[in-house]
Structures are given as structure tokens and as C-alpha cells.
Design a protein around this ligand. Structure first.
Ligand SMILES: C[S@@+](CC[C@H](N)C(=O)[O-])C[C@H]1O[C@@H](n2cnc3c(N)ncnc32)[C@H](O)[C@@H]1O
Length: 590
């Protein structure tokens, strides 16, 4: 009876509806997004994975993993202590950590495949991979069918948010004012609203746009523009913190306080700061693959926000020198702050373009040195990190400056000494952050690192949840790969013979993964693929792909596939899409 009535409603609607598949209006509230790809990119991925597998990957990308992965700072705490604290937080504050007083969900057996069978035993378990018992999995659940209070003819009040906002909400965030695009008429502060997402649609000139004007008034009826585009795109229910007028007048703040989301994942934002770090499992595995050792000099070439940097520092037991660079000053500050919070002192952070990371041996501008590794340590790091320790006399400053010079065994100009003393006296100034000032660097000498991690900027086509990926074209994917090769060239120069390079990305694109490995092996005969520990990802792609323009992209050759790790978002590990390759560096004379 209800179905017949709803069908009648459907039939009464406009021309637009006749081209839309008919569905029960209440079905529109079941979360079932379809990822839209650029057609050429879709064809390319279908060639790589096969149509069926690619469709499963595509679907997995629209959902978050069914668990959160927490890395314990073992220099400050233990897994057991953290489990105890997190369980207490969940009990006191509710599962989303937002103090709504909600109970955590009962373990739900139908939420995909968690990484460990043992997740069924409770909401938090230790990772069973040998050496990774400091990694904790906190179980989430979903997709849930939320009762939005749909009544035919009297639809629930609604808020439509931007796609980026929705992706964040699915990961546990609130709806912030800038993310709100449209809202029902007569919404008041404290109203319960159904939250859905406006996703980019193809427009007549071939581009993509959500086409929604901010401030649109929704009736919630099928005559609303965008009504049908949002079938299956409802992401949760929340309470408005302001009226409709306020939502579009304000420029910041929480707009909708989410009460329920289609995926319930623990949000440990701002919880146990310095003691834990929320990080994807493959990223932690990448730090292990690098196999950093105490006392070594290691470079993290694209380090912000510092997730892998801090994981590496902990594996080094905070002994040695870990140089973390990022092109963006603000992002480099985030690394510095994180290192400070985690009490990691072996990390030196610089703002530096990795493409200009090589410093020639004859460069003498303001520092002369005959040793390769520590030349920038005094002026960039020691002086500034000392600043945070609160030196208050010129004598102390001078002593520290002198010690720093002696430590590094380098010549430092008087101007540098004056600058360092000023910094120590004055404390943090402009551009400084918790953890000290982030300096620019002039680069590093060739062969000056034992190990290099190149966690390259990429198309990020492995990150989850993604609700739209149509912006990536074959050309844009090619540009990412070109950039990665140029970065790899720098990594090869900076690592010493006998050293190690780990290359990683968070994309499923073989052009940025296997094809970069092929480039590396073809170009640098002294590189060889090395085995990784742990190895929990799947094998790499072997073969090649021909593009319509005649270009051929070569991937791995038989025998190479088991040296790399490919994390498939649709696999039972239920991680983001990720790729890791490890290279041993032989003698560069060959
Ligand atoms: C994939 S993210 C790195 C994530 C990081 N490794 C982590 O685990 O937290 C890539 C980073 O590369 C940085 N980046 C992009 N181009 C760069 C360049 N030319 N030099 C240095 N950093 C660059 C970006 O600012 C971004 O922070």
C-alpha cells in the first residue's frame, strides 16, 4: 500500500524524473553512492584491474574503513595503557568522543572485513602483525540505515553539504558553516535535519560542478532541483546550531552537530595528544619497510603532516637524525608541532622544495663545512630547538651556541651566532610554533643520508571515503607521475651507496606506482627492489598498458611483483589504497 502511494507520488513529478530510475522514496536514504570517474581514467583502470575488480574497488573507495587505526607512541606509553584510557573515554564521552553521552555500538558482525579476526572480540584490539603490537584497531560500523523520519508528503528538514564536507563527516567530523550549501525553509536552531551531499555532475561543456548555489532553499519535494541526484547520498542526521538565516550569515563554526552518521567511527580528535596518533595501517607499514635504525641519518622528503616522520623517529628510538622536509612552511610547522607533542627530539624540520634538495659541495654562502651530514644542523635546528628550552642569559646563549658549533664541528659565521643568540633570548617570534621555529634549508649534500623516504604527493585515488574522483584525467595522472619521477631523481642522489629508498603513494593508479618503479629500475642500474617487512599488502601489477595516443606505460616485470606492497581498498584488510616499493642502493659507480 505504502509502495503504491509512493509510486503515485513519483508518477506525478516532472519530466526530469522520467529519466531517473524509479525507487521507493524511503530507499533514497540508504547510503549507496556511485563514484564517477573520468571515462578515459575509468577505461585505463579497467584495463589494469578488470571490470569486476575495478567496480569493487570503486565501491570500497566510497566508504571509510570499518575501523580506526591508532599508533601508540611507545616512547611515552604502552598499548595496554592506551587501550585502558581509550575504553574509559569511550565509556565516558560516547563512541564519537564528542561528549554527546551516547553509548558505543555493540560489535556488529556485518561491517565488512576488519583487519584481524580478533576485532570481533571487543571494540579495541592490538594488531597481531609481528612487531606492530603498538598499533591498535578501534572498531567502527556501517553503513547504517538511519531513520530520518520520512513521511510521504512531509519530508524531513534537510541540509545539503559540499562533497568535501561530506567526506569529512563520513570520517567523523561535524558539519561546519562553509560546508553548507542548501537548507530547508524554516529551519531553526535546534532542529533535527537530514544531511545529504551535493556531488559534482557532468555539465554540458564537459566539466563537473555541483551546480548548487549556496543558500538554496529546499522544499524536500521531488520538484526540488537536485532532488534525484541525492538518492543514496544521505550521510547522517544532526541538530542545527543556528537558524537557516544564521547558517548563511555566519562565516565559521559548527553548523550541524551530528547525532548519527551512516558510518560510526570513533573520533579521537584531540585525545591523548602526544601519546597516540591516528594513522592508516599502510602508512605505518611504510615506516617499517624503511627499517630505520638508531643513530642513522634519514630523510623524509615529503613529510607533512608528519605521520610517517614520527613513526620513523619512534622506530629509531629517537636516536639519530631524521630530517623532515616539506615544501609548505605551514605544513612544516605542523610536523614540528607534532614532533614536539610526541617529545621526539631526533626530528629536524625544514621548509624545502624536495626538487631543489641537492646542495652542491662548493656552495659556501654562509656556512663552510667539510662534513656532509650535519652542516645545517647548527644554524637550522640546534639554535631554534634550544629556544624552546627558555635560555635567559647571554652567557647561557653563548655557551649553547659554542657547544652547538663544537657538536657539529663546523665553522659558523658571527652573524649566525648573533642570530642564534637573539632567537634564544627572544623566544618564539613570528612564524614560530610549538616545537620551535621552522627554518628554510639550502639543501643537503649528495650521498648524505642512510635512508630516504619518498612518500610522494600523488592523485590520492586510494583515500577513503571519496565521493567524487571525476576531476582526475589521464593528463593529470601523467603530471603526477612526472613530478614523482623528478622527486625520485633527487632521492637517488641524496641516499648513500648501500642505503635504502622507500617510495610510497596513497593512490591506486599504476602510473604513479608500478610505472615509477619501472622508471627507477630502468634509469638507475644500481637500484634493486628489496623485500619488505612486514609484507601484508598484495603483489604489484605486472605488464603494461597502451594508451589511445600510442604511449605505452610499463609496469612491473614477472618476478618483481612480490617485492612491492599494494594495499587494495576492497581487500579484507579494508585499508586505504596504498603502494610501497623499497629499493636497495648499490654502488653508484656502475
Ligand atoms: C602524501 S603527503 C605526505 C604525507 C606524510 N608523509 C605523512 O605521512 O604524514 C605529500 C606532501 O608532499 C608535500 N610536497 C609536495 N611537493 C613537494 C616538494 N616539491 N617538496 C617537498 N614537499 C612537497 C606536500 O606539501 C604534502 O605535505
Amino acid at each position: 500500500m505504502k509502495k503504491a502511494r509512493d509510486l503515485n507520488l513519483l508518477l506525478k513529478t516532472t519530466r526530469r524524473i522520467s529519466s531517473t530510475p524509479k525507487m521507493d522514496p524511503s530507499d533514497r536514504y540508504c547510503f549507496s553512492p556511485i563514484l564517477r570517474w573520468n571515462p578515459e581514467v575509468e577505461n585505463y583502470f579497467i584495463k589494469a584491474y578488470g571490470a569486476d575488480h575495478f567496480s569493487v574497488i570503486s565501491k570500497a573507495l566510497t566508504r571509510p574503513s570499518s575501523y580506526s587505526c591508532v599508533r601508540v607512541n611507545t616512547l611515552k606509553s604502552t598499548s595496554d595503557a592506551v587501550i585502558e584510557k581509550l575504553l574509559k573515554i569511550i565509556k565516558e564521552k560516547g563512541f564519537d568522543g564528542d561528549c554527546h553521552g551516547k553509548e558505543g555500538p555493540e560489535p556488529d558482525e556485518n561491517v565488512g572485513s576488519p583487519p584481524e579476526e580478533s576485532l570481533k572480540k571487543g571494540p579495541i584490539v592490538k594488531c597481531h602483525i609481528p612487531g606492530l603490537d603498538y598499533v591498535l584497531f578501534v572498531k567502527g560500523s556501517g553503513p547504517h540505515v538511519i531513520d530520518y523520519g520520512y513521511v510521504p508528503g512531509a519530508p524531513p528538514k534537510e541540509v545539503i553539504v559540499s562533497r568535501k564536507c561530506a567526506e569529512a563527516v563520513l570520517r567523523g567530523a561535524q558539519v561546519f558553516v562553509p560546508g553548507v550549501l542548501a537548507c530547508s525553509a524554516h529551519v531553526e536552531k535546534g532542529d533535527t535535519v537530514a544531511v545529504s551531499v551535493a556531488i559534482e555532475q557532468r555539465n554540458p561543456n564537459g566539466g563537473w560542478a555541483s551546480g548548487m548555489t549556496r543558500g538554496t532553499v529546499l522544499q524536500g519535494l521531488q520538484t526540488d532541483p537536485y532532488y534525484f541526484e541525492r538518492n543514496g547520498l544521505y550521510i547522517g542526521q544532526g541538530t542545527t546550531t543556528m537558524s537557516r538565516a544564521g547558517l548563511f550569515r555566519a562565516s565559521e563554526g559548527i553548523a550541524v552537530d551530528m547525532n548519527d552518521r551512516v558510518f560510526r567511527l570513533p573520533s579521537f580528535y584531540d585525545v591523548l595528544e602526544g601519546e597516540i596518533f591516528l594513522q592508516n595501517l599502510p602508512s605505518i607499514v611504510a615506516a617499517h619497510a624503511l627499517d630505520p635504525q638508531k643513530g642513522e641519518r634519514i630523510l623524509d622528503m615529503c613529510a607533512a603532516p608528519g605521520g610517517k616522520t614520527t613513526a620513523i623517529a619512534i622506530l629509531m628510538k629517537d636516536e639519530g637524525e631524521l630530517v623532515a622536509i616539506d615544501r609548505s612552511h605551514n605544513k612544516a610547522q605542523v610536523i614540528q608541532k607534532l614532533a614536539f607533542e610526541m617529545s621526539l627530539t631526533c626530528i629536524t624540520t625544514y621548509k624545502l622544495d624536495a626538487l631543489k634538495a641537492i646542495r652542491q659541495r662548493n656552495e659556501t654562502d654562509d656556512i663552510n663545512t667539510n662534513q656532509s651530514s650535519n652542516s645545517l644542523r647548527f644554524d637550522d635546528e640546534k639554535a631554534s630547538s634550544s629556544t624552546t628550552e627558555g635560555f635567559n642569559s647571554d652567557k647561557t646563549c653563548k655557551d649553547n651556541v659554542s657547544n652547538a658549533i663544537e657538536d657539529g664541528g663546523t665553522y659558523v659565521s658571527k652573524a649566525d651566532i648573533r642570530k642564534a643568540m637573539r632567537r634564544m633570548r627572544n623566544g618564539p617570534g613570528r612564524n614560530q610554533c610549538l616545537g620551535g621555529r621552522v627554518e628554510n634549508s639550502k639543501g643537503f649534500y649528495p650521498d648524505s643520508f642512510d635512508r630516504v623516504l619518498l612518500d610522494a604527493p600523488c592523485s590520492a585515488l586510494g583515500l577513503r571515503p571519496r565521493l567524487f574522483v571525476g576531476e582526475e584525467t589521464i593528463d593529470s595522472l601523467k603530471r603526477h607521475a612526472t613530478y614523482q619521477r623528478r622527486m625520485f631523481d633527487q632521492a637517488v642522489k641524496l641516499v648513500r651507496p648501500g642505503g635504502v629508498i622507500v617510495y610510497s603513494t596513497c593512490t591506486i593508479n599504476p602510473g604513479e606506482n608500478e610505472a615509477v618503479v619501472r622508471y627507477a629500475l630502468n634509469t638507475y642500474k644500481f637500484l634493486s627492489l628489496a623485500s619488505q617487512n612486514p609484507r601484508i599488502g598484495g603483489p604489484g601489477l605486472v605488464g603494461s598498458c597502451e594508451f589511445p595516443d600510442g604511449r605505452t606505460e610499463e609496469w612491473l616485470r614477472p618476478g618483481e611483483e612480490n617485492f612491492v606492497q599494494r594495499f587494495d581498498p576492497s581487500s579484507s584488510l579494508d585499508t586505504i589504497g596504498f603502494f610501497i616499493a623499497k629499493f636497495s642502493v648499490g654502488s653508484k659507480d656502475v
